[in-house]
Design a protein around this ligand. Structure first.
Ligand SMILES: Cc1cc2nc3c(=O)[nH]c(=O)nc-3n(C[C@H](O)[C@H](O)[C@H](O)COP(=O)(O)OP(=O)(O)OC[C@H]3O[C@@H](n4cnc5c(N)ncnc54)[C@H](O)[C@@H]3O)c2cc1C
Length: 396
């Protein structure tokens, strides 16, 4: 039975996030959206964020890699992720921290790698730092088994060649976990994860994408040309886990998290629409249109709540060290369309004002679309889920 109780610790963290969200994330996200460019690296918001003490460690991400003595690390991260997304997901993704690069290092890294990459770069709070995670390539998005970036052994180094695209915080990161193949003929078994540090010769940043939503967050193309990476930066060397398995294990943690972010954005649009509806419909909705709108809002809310519970279940199982791949996929399949639906209904409630591109609801509509794309597209997640439910071997 999953535990949905919030204790005082959670409530305090959520209260702090609400304050930071209202005063920092929402204004920065709206400004970036209007400007059309990500929040710059030297924005004072990042320093302020570092001073809040609300690091991802404090809200459940990044600490206690083994989960020892902690049974709620993913649950608390899920709660925090929804609340932060509610205020502004683009701004949230731009915040300093290891980002999606954290889980593979936590899963596969040695103690020394965890110290070098997860602790040392983030210790000085006056210098915001980022990590990133790079699997996606032009010919390998959903099908990560097809990555073409190669890593060739050369003495005590590997030489990496290839390009990665759509990498969150890739241009500003101190290090990037890069997935490459050491043996293209071995398929998934040939994949390894390498931590490539900023400034490594041969590692360069290409264009920063212009996106329809999540504008506050930087999305970069990365190039690796004869990039020499020392062997001490290989994750999982000597372990019985390939880079591919690490990527998959990462998804079991990150998919419910990404799914619940969509819920946060959907809730933001829903709440705004509910305020507008209450104001417009007065004490008693009378016309059939008003009543139909209320019903659509009620149905949208029901789907959002169901999505949240799926995310909580997946996180709860992870915290209790139970397999959660099916539950993580279910959350990821269900939440983004539920959230997109909530933003669509909210747009309809706003009427013509909804399609003007200066309303929060319209921004939520654009921000939420991508949640059906990254961390496993909806289509692919449905395939994965169906195969897993029937016990067929994985194709993705
Ligand atoms: C804002 C943003 C941030 C991102 N951040 C990162 C990051 O930090 N690191 C990173 O590595 N990547 C990142 N990505 C990339 C993201 O993970 C990929 O976009 C995603 O994996 C989908 O890959 P693709 O875009 O190549 O689409 P494709 O895989 O080419 O899919 C295109 C369409 O085909 C469908 N499709 C694919 N295969 C099948 C199938 N077998 N059956 C039926 N339909 C199928 C898909 O559902 C989709 O609708 C980011 C993307 C965005 C938009």
């Amino acid at each position: 039975m999953i535990d949905t109780q919030l204790d005082a610790g959670y409530e305090n963290v959520l209260r702090m996030i609400r304050y930071v969200g209202e005063h920092m994330l929402r204004p920065a996200g709206l400004a970036a959206d209007r400007r059309g460019t990500p929040i710059p690296v030297d924005d004072p918001m990042f320093l302020e964020w570092n001073q809040t003490g609300l690091s991802f460690g404090a809200v459940g991400m990044g600490k206690n890699s083994q989960g020892e003595g902690v049974t709620r690390i993913n649950r608390s991260a899920i709660l925090a992720a929804e609340e932060m997304a509610y205020w502004d997901q683009g701004a949230c993704m731009s915040l300093p921290g290891p980002g999606l690069g954290g889980p593979p290092i936590r899963i596969l890294g040695t103690e020394s790698q965890k110290q070098r990459f997860l602790i040392d770069p983030f210790e000085d709070k006056t210098k915001p730092a980022w990590g990133a995670y790079a699997t996606t390539e032009a010919a390998a998005g959903s099908d990560v088994a097809r990555i073409q970036t190669t890593a060739v052994e050369d003495g005590d180094h590997y030489i990496i060649n290839g390009n990665k695209m759509f990498i969150t915080n890739g241009g500003r990161a101190s290090w990037v976990v890069v997935f490459a193949t050491v043996d293209p003929s071995a398929g998934r078994a040939g994949q390894r994860a390498f931590v490539v540090e900023k400034g490594t010769p041969g590692f360069t940043v290409g264009r920063i994408e212009k996106k329809m939503g999540l504008t506050a967050s930087e999305t970069a193309t990365l190039f690796f040309e004869n990039c020499r990476v020392p062997k001490e930066n290989v994750l999982g060397a000597g372990q019985d886990k390939s880079g591919f398995k690490a990527a998959m294990a990462t998804f079991d943690i990150t998919r419910p998290m990404v799914a619940v972010m969509a819920v946060g954005i959907g809730r933001c649009a829903w709440n705004r629409a509910a305020e507008i509806a209450r104001e417009a419909f007065g004490a008693q909705p009378t016309s059939p249109i008003e009543q139909a709108m209320l019903q659509r809002l009620a149905h949208a809310r029901q789907r959002l709540d169901a999505a949240r519970l799926l995310c909580w279940r997946a996180a709860w199982k992870m915290d209790h060290k139970q397999p959660n791949t099916i539950e993580a996929s279910m959350a990821k399949v269900y939440a983004p369309p539920a959230a997109l639906n909530a933003t669509k209904v909210a747009m309809d409630v706003c009427g013509l004002a909804g399609v003007r591109n200066d309303t929060l609801v319209e921004k939520c509509f654009r921000d939420v679309k991508v949640f059906d794309i990254f961390e496993g597209t909806g289509e692919v997640q449905r395939i994965v889920l169906a195969r897993r439910l029937f016990g067929y071997p994985r194709t993705h």
